[in-house]
Design a protein around this ligand. Structure first.
Ligand code: AMP
Ligand code: ZN
Length: 114
């Protein structure tokens, strides 16, 4: 169920434009507007989930990682490597409260945990 004031729900609904790179029945993925790597995508569930802390159906995580892997294969990152990150809540640095997996790739990444 979409949350009316949720930015990423609006992106899924097409009310806010995005650069789509992948979609299936349960997942949508698009380019991050402020890329932190040569390639930076956001992989999100079509169902509104506020954060990993609020997740009840863990099958959603499988869907997100399956989609991330498929994108990595399609874009040629599987061999060169990539990073997946989920920020949760205030201390985790989450700024958009619709669960999302960051997929970063394309060059050597630095700074692992902060
Ligand atoms: P987080 O800080 O983990 O909540 O990540 C939120 C991400 O959403 C940031 O990397 C933002 O650059 C990205 N973002 C915010 N608004 C948009 C938008 N309209 N389209 C694409 N990415 C966005
Ligand atoms: Zn949402």
């Amino acid at each position: 169920m979409a949350h009316q004031e949720c930015l990423f729900c609006k992106i899924i609904e097409g009310k806010i434009p995005s650069q789509k790179i992948f979609e299936n029945e349960s997942v949508y993925a698009f380019s991050d507007i402020h890329p932190q790597a040569k390639h930076h995508f956001l992989v999100i569930p079509k169902i509104h989930v506020t954060s990993l802390a609020e997740l009840s159906d863990t099958n959603i995580m499988a869907s997100l990682y399956e989609a991330a892997l498929q994108i990595a294969k399609e874009k040629g990152f599987k061999e060169s490597g990539f990073r997946t990150v989920i920020n949760t809540g205030q201390h985790g640095g989450q700024t958009v409260f619709h669960l999302h997996l960051h997929l970063l790739a394309g060059s050597q990444l630095s700074g692992k945990f902060n």
